[in-house]
Structures are given as C-alpha cells and as structure tokens.
Ligand binder design. Sequence first.
Ligand code: FES
Ligand SMILES: [Fe+2]
Length: 328
Amino acid sequence: MPLVLGRTSEGKAFAMRDSCPHRGMPLSYGHFDGQTVECGYHGWRFDACTARCVEVPSLSSQDKLKVDRIFAGHYPCEERDGYVWVYMASRDRRAVDNSPDTRVPETGPDAPELPVFSKKYKITHLACELPSHVDQGIIGLMDPAHGPFVHQSWFWRSKHSIHEKQKQFEPIPYGFRMSPHSPSSNSAPYQLLKRITGEGVTTTIDFVLPNMRLEEIHSGKMWFSSRATVTPVRRDLCRIDFVAAWNLPFLPVFLFRMFGKTFLRQDQETMIKQAEGLKHDPKLMLIDDADRPAKWYFALKANLLESRRTGAKMEHPMTGPVTLRWRS
Ligand code: FES
Ligand SMILES: [Fe+2]
C-alpha cells in the first residue's frame, strides 16, 4: 500500500493513502502547503490530518456535491524517536474505500518508543536492506552463533575468542527475554565501560513480535539502548531499521555510526551470499541450543496467527525460564 507521509507546519506527522479519491493520482505528486495536500491533477485539496476534502476547484455555484463528505484514505500515525509509525490494521483494509463511515479509527495501539534513561543523550539511526524473507532477517537478529564468523573486527572480537556461554531466557508477552546478565567478556567495548564506571555491566535483550529486538545496557549511571526492527518490503526483501541512544560520554555519534555500519554491512553481505543459496529452496535445520531463539520466533508467530484465526488466547511456546548453552 503506497503511502504519502508528511508533517504539518505544526510538526504533526500524517499518513495518507498515496492515491487521490477522485481519479487515483498519487497525492505525492501534488503540493503540500503545511496544512492541506493538493492533488496535482484537478487540484482537489485535503486536510492533511483528517484527509477530509476541503476544496474541489471545478465546482460551480450550481453544483450540490458535498465536498466535506469526501475523504482520501488515511491512517492514524505517530512520530517517535525519528520514525513515523503508521497503524494499518488488516481489519481496517476496507477503510481505504474512502467513504466517510468506513474510515480508519482515529487511534491505534501506542507506537513503540525507544526506552531512554536520562534527560540528555545522543541518538542515531541506521538502516539497511537485506535480500531475504523477513523471517530470515529476524532470526538473523536473534542468532548468537554467527558472531565469531561474521562480526570479526579488531574493535569487537576475533574468531579465537569463541567460548562456551550460558544464558537465561524467559517468556515475556509476545516474545522472550535474555534475562539481565553481564555481557560476554570477549568484547572490548564492555570492558572499557566497566573500567570507566567501575561498576558491573548488565545487558537485557528482548525479542517482541512482530519484528523487534530491543537491547539495554546499564553500568552505573551510564546506559545504552537500541532497537532493531525488520520490516518486510517484498517476499525476497526486508529492511533493518536500527535506532540507538546512549549517554556514554566517550562515544561520539560518528564513531558509533562507523561501528554500527560495519556491523550491519557484515550482516548484509552475509545475507546476500545466503540468498544465493536460498534461491534453490534447500532444506534447512535449526539446532539446539543456538537456534532455539529462532524456533521460539517461528512458534510465537504461528501461535499468534492461530489465536487471531480462532479468537482463542495466544499460547506462549515457553512455559517458564530456560537456560541455553552455546559457544560463540
Ligand atoms: S485525480 Fe486528484 S483531483 Fe482529480
Ligand atoms: Fe549479526
């Protein structure tokens, strides 16, 4: 569904279907004056926030058409952490037929918000496309075993630092959590942080349906918080959007972006190569314990779809805390 997004002169984000209700011209080819979107074909104008038509220039004094009964398709949306979240519930699909009584509700669920832990902080965004199905992108996010092979860098870790790990996981609504723990001793940045604050470092990582990985790192008053989402673009293409915020004085934005881009590029290059293999539709396997998070993801997704289908309560694939062991 193509959308046209914008911000009014008061700074409020809006999202409309990118199609004029008159004759289907994409509204994004039109003009926006900060309040109303004007179609480039016959000049119909729509209020950006309500999508209500405010003018049909061709009408003469004889015409009886009630302009304010015409709506362009529009969706509730909110801006958070530099992203515009558009609520497009599938049951509201009929909303796009533009008639006033089938418009989308004004409110949706709260838009996700990156947790931050102090007034002042730095924030930055990164994005990259992966040539794979969204499921592959998501399990890539939660995959602990590729680190030593894909993310070798002088500043992060070497292949030889691989060692056995044991992490506790617990169920959370619509997802699972790697319980707060001290991050692996083989990563240099954590050691630096520990040395600076003189306090222990704890990390918590959550995965939440449909597509979100959240990570929080705390050490004394210092914190780092990030969120990665994987959005399907096509069957064979998805996009990772990554946002991170922190109050670590020694980490300037440019430096973090340099590291972040390196990481994402490493994942991207790996998935480009993997896509070559997946073209031939090979049989795949998920092994314990390293691929257990991937198994939980598939089970969570299946259970959610099933509960939507039947209306029954969603079953969680985990019954309680679990300890997983792997080497990475
Ligand atoms: S198509 Fe938009 S005004 Fe006619
Ligand atoms: Fe990775």
